[in-house]
Design a protein around this ligand. Structure first.
Ligand code: HAM
Length: 426
């Protein structure tokens, strides 16, 4: 029987893992630039954490959670990390500091959705949460940070969309008004929207169905439901974005699908992604820390979908930088030489030179082909003749030159060509 990876999951093979590392490294360095520190939380959490945070009636909680029932407890594979980080912030009393706590994270998330391009059941987030301030400039900084990570990957052609949902009171009155306005036309909406009207009325606003979209646009909803304080907050977010030099568009129909959001919400879309066009998204969630048992603390964050970053910018990311080929590839010829090569292998590695050795049988020609394929900077050939003399043949694979070198000079010879950043630049 041939096993396959579960539907909606993907292996990240060695030829792809280099690009993943690069994305993670770039993101880490941008997070450091913005004074964020890494947090790692468990992949399983109590299921109630998400129904309490995201909302009982959201799609994620209703349809997409991977449940694990263990005796009387129900855990889930985390569908997102914001709730986990707030849980950890409260549990570990991280709020007892007179500062904004800035966390970043990266790792797999799980949602039992119908898989399609850019939509998986196990996907990966690179995200952050800044907890402990209500400043609108922190929202602007978070958006600038997301934008900078995306640009640092060489991705172009994305668009930042922002909106404000207002405070909890604004959301409540807007939900009531919206429902009143929509119900008379209920039959004209798609089936999903008809059920959203009862359960999660905001979601009607970002339905992708053309007919639903047209009715909503014709309603010209505006921002009259947003209180003065929240409008001022949004104005200041926009001032911050201008000061950070971030281009954006305001779209009053952007609502996001999770209940915890208040005030600022944003999404970053990319034109090449098709129907799942969000590279990432986020917003402010000023009530969640209290909701999960902590003190009142303002907070804002976002998450980028790594698979979608790669779909949008894989080419640019791959071109930027070098692969993970070894510095040196050793070809032993004969049994005695093999043993000597193991010592050389150990010695080169101890000296900080990335080295691989040829374990397969075959002719010198086939071994050289493998050395070539490994893209090593150097190939070291050692047979019984060389062994007797204490030498080896060192071939510079880039320059196609070779010389017989004394084994004691090996590291020196290779290191001449191995500047700080690696041998490939020789
Ligand atoms: P989200 O919009 O659910 O937000 O997810 C963020 C991003 O993850 C999406 O924009 C998309 O790029 C990617 N994504 C989501 N679902 C999938 C999927 N099934 N397959 C592939 N990629 C996917 C959140 O999760 C919030 N926690 C973001 C946040 C952080 N808000 C405040 N802080």
């Amino acid at each position: 029987m041939l096993f396959k990876s579960p539907r909606g999951t993907k292996d990240i093979l060695p030829q792809e893992s280099g690009i993943w590392l690069k994305v993670e490294e770039k993101a880490r360095s941008v997070f450091s630039l913005f004074a964020y520190e890494e947090i790692r939380t468990p992949i399983i959490e109590e299921s109630k954490l998400f129904s309490r945070s995201l909302g009982d009636l959201t799609d994620i909680v209703q349809k997409q959670m991977f449940l694990i029932n263990k005796e009387t407890d129900t855990f889930v594979l985390r569908p997102e990390a914001t709730a986990s980080i707030v849980r950890s912030y409260v549990e570990n009393t991280l709020y007892n500091v007179p500062a904004v706590s800035k966390f970043y994270y990266m790792g797999p998330m799980f949602r039992a959705e119908r898989p399609q391009k850019g939509r998986l059941r196990q996907f990966h987030h690179i995200g952050c949460e800044a907890i402990g301030s209500y400043s609108p400039y922190l929202d602007a900084e978070a958006i600038a940070l997301a934008s900078r990570i995306i640009s640092s990957l060489g991705i172009t052609g994305h668009q930042i969309i922002v909106n404000t949902l207002g405070c909890l009171n604004d959301k409540k009155s807007f939900a009531l008004n919206l429902r009143e306005k929509l119900l008379p036309q209920k039959k004209s909406f798609c089936e999903d929207c008809q059920s959203r009207m009862a359960k999660n009325v905001f979601r009607v606003l970002d339905c992708k169905n053309k007919q639903c979209k047209d009715i909503i646009l014709a309603m010209n909803l505006g921002v009259s439901h947003i209180c003065q304080e929240c409008r001022k907050h949004f104005d200041d977010v926009r001032i911050g974005l201008d000061l950070f030099g971030v281009s954006y568009e305001v779209n009053p129909l952007l609502v996001r699908g999770l209940d915890y959001y208040t005030r600022t919400v944003f999404e970053i879309t990319h034109k090449d992604l098709g129907s799942q066009d969000a590279l990432g998204a986020g917003g402010r969630y000023d009530n969640l820390v209290e909701e999960l048992g902590g003190p009142a603390r303002g907070a804002v964050g976002f998450a980028l979908g790594v698979e979608r970053l790669l779909l949008a910018g894989g080419g640019a990311i791959a071109r930027d930088g070098e692969g993970q080929s070894p510095d040196c590839y050793i070809i032993p010829l004969g049994d005695e030489a093999f043993k000597a090569c193991l010592k050389v292998l150990q010695f080169l590695r101890d000296s900080g030179i990335n080295t691989d050795i040829d374990y397969l049988e075959g002719s010198l020609k086939s071994k050289m082909r493998r050395a070539d394929k490994s893209q090593a900077g150097f190939c070291l050939i050692l047979g019984d003749n060389e062994l007797a003399k204490g030498t080896a043949v060192l071939k510079n694979m880039r320059a196609s030159t070779q010389e017989e070198v004394n084994l004691t000079q090996l590291v020196e010879k290779i290191k001449v060509y191995k500047p700080k950043d690696g041998i490939k630049s020789c």
